[in-house]
Design a protein around this ligand. Structure first.
Ligand code: LLP
Length: 384
C-alpha cells in the first residue's frame, strides 16, 4: 500500500488512515463474485467511519446492524431501510421501536421471549415485523475461541431442534411475518470447509422443514470470511470467489430463495491502518521497546485476542532490529507485538499498524482519558 507520508507529517497522531481506492476495489470484487439471488449486507460493527460508510452505500450494499446506534448511523449514511437487517442477542425496546418505525427489512431474532416483545411492540405501533430466526447450527469454526459463535455452548441463536417450533409459533403471532433463517458461525475464518459444513447443515435443516411444508424465502448465512493479517500487501483483497463459490456449490437453495451475507472484516480490514508516531526507543537489559503514541485504547485487538497486526515503519527501511512495540497505556497488556523485526527505529518515526480497518477505530475507548482516534482518508488528504 502507498501511504501519503508527506501528508501524514502534518497530522496529529495516532489516527486511522483509510485507503478508499482499495476499499472500492474490494467492494467491486465482492460484488463481481456474487451469484444471482445473492445479497450482500455490510456488517456495520466492523467500522462505522462515515467516509467508509459513504463508499459502502455508494456500492449499493445493505447493512447488518446490531444496535439502535448502528441503525441510526446507517440511516444517516443513506443505507435504504429496506436493506437493513437488525441482529443481536439483547435488543432493547427502544431499538426494536426504532427499527419498526424505520421499516427495516428484517429482524434476526434470537429467542422466543424476544419474538414476543417484537410482536407486542409491532402491534402497539400498527406494524408487522419481518423476522428471520437465528439458528445455532452447532458448527465449530477454525478461529479464535472468543469469536466463534455457532457452537451450541455459545449464547447466540435458537437451538437447532427448536426451529420448526419457533416458526410455527411465529405464525400464530398477528404482527410477525417469518421470512427466513439466519446463521453465523464466527469470524476470521479462512478454511472454506467451515462454510461448506454450514451449507450442508442448512441443507439438512431445509429437508426437515420440507417435511412440515415450511419453506421460507430468505436464508442468511452471516459473515466471517477472514483476511491475511500476515501479508496484507500480497493479499489486499480476500478470496471472495472461493467464499461465495463454496455456498454456490454446497448450499441447495429452493426455488426463488434469496441468499444473504453479512460480511464485515473482509470488506474493510485491509483498507485501514492505524498510524502512530514513535515517542521513545527504550533499551532494557532484556528488550528493546519501541514506545508509540497509539495504545490499546486505539486498537484493542492485540490485547484482547492476541491478534497480530503487521507493523511497517513508514519513515525508514534500513537496518534490522528486534523490538517490542508498546503503547503508553498503564496496562501490561498494552503491547502491539513482541520480538518483532523492524528497521532500526527512532523517535519521530511514523509506523503503520496494518489491516486495522475492521474492529479497529470502532472498538477504541477513552481509558486513561485519552481522545478517541480520528479517521482520515486518501481522498481527504490528497484534496489538500
Ligand atoms: N454477522 C453476525 C451475526 C456477527 O456476529 C458478525 C460478527 C458478523 C456478521 C460479521 O463478521 P465478519 O464478517 O466481520 O467476520 N471484534 C472481533 C470480531 C467480532 C465479530 C463479531 N461478529 C475482532 O476484532 O476480531
Amino acid at each position: 500500500m502507498n501511504f501519503p507520508i508527506d501528508k501524514f507529517q502534518a497530522l496529529r497522531t495516532p489516527f486511522y488512515y483509510y485507503d478508499t481506492q482499495l476499499l472500492d476495489q474490494t467492494l467491486d470484487e465482492a460484488k463481481r463474485c456474487l451469484y444471482a439471488d445473492y445479497h450482500l449486507h455490510y456488517a456495520v460493527k466492523a467500522c462505522t467511519n462515515p467516509q467508509v460508510l459513504r463508499h459502502i452505500v455508494a456500492a449499493g450494499l445493505g447493512a447488518d446492524c446490531v444496535s439502535g446506534g448502528e441503525i441510526r448511523a446507517c440511516l444517516d449514511a443513506g443505507f435504504p431501510a429496506d436493506k437493513i437487517v437488525f441482529a443481536g442477542v439483547g435488543k432493547s425496546d427502544w431499538e426494536i421501536e426504532l427499527a419498526l418505525m424505520a421499516d427495516i427489512f428484517c429482524f434476526n431474532v434470537e429467542s422466543i421471549p424476544e419474538l414476543e416483545v417484537i410482536n407486542e411492540l409491532a402491534q402497539r405501533h400498527g406494524k408487522v415485523a419481518r423476522v428471520a430466526f437465528r439458528i445455532n447450527p452447532n458448527v465449530g469454526a477454525h478461529t479464535h475461541d472468543n469469536i466463534t459463535t455457532g457452537l451450541a455452548e455459545n449464547k447466540f441463536g435458537i437451538a437447532w431442534e427448536q426451529t420448526q417450533e419457533v416458526i410455527e409459533r411465529s405464525r400464530q403471532m398477528s404482527h410477525i411475518e417469518c421470512i427466513g433463517l439466519h446463521f453465523h458461525i464466527g469470524s476470521q475464518i479462512l478454511d472454506m470447509d467451515d462454510f461448506a459444513t454450514l451449507a450442508l447443515r442448512i441443507n439438512e435443516l431445509q429437508e426437515v422443514l420440507d417435511t412440515y411444508g415450511i419453506r421460507l424465502p430468505h436464508i442468511n448465512v452471516g459473515g466471517g470470511l477472514g483476511i491475511d493479517y500476515q501479508e496484507p500487501d500480497e493479499h489486499p483483497i480476500p478470496n471472495f470467489r472461493d467464499y461465495f463459490g463454496t455456498f454456490h456449490r454446497y448450499l441447495r437453495l429452493r426455488q426463488g430463495q434469496q441468499l444473504h451475507f453479512e460480511l464485515g472484516r473482509s470488506l474493510v480490514a485491509q483498507c485501514g491502518s492505524l498510524i502512530t508516531r514513535v515517542l521513545y526507543v527504550k533499551p532494557t537489559s532484556l528488550k528493546r521497546f519501541v514506545i508509540v503514541d497509539a495504545g490499546m485504547t486505539d486498537l484493542i485487538r492485540p490485547a484482547l485476542y492476541d491478534a497480530y497486526h503487521r507493523i511497517d515503519n513508514l519513515s525508514r527501511q534500513d537496518g534490522d532490529e528486534v523490538y517490542d512495540v508498546v503503547g503508553p497505556i498503564c496496562e501490561s497488556s498494552d503491547v502491539f507485538v513482541r520480538d518483532y523485526h523492524m528497521p532500526t527505529t527512532f523517535r519521530g518515526d511514523l509506523l503503520a499498524l496494518r489491516s486495522a480497518g475492521a474492529y479497529g477505530e470502532i472498538m477504541a475507548s477513552q481509558y486513561n482519558c485519552r481522545a478517541l482516534p480520528v479517521g482520515h482518508t486518501d481522498e481527504e488528504l490528497c484534496r489538500q
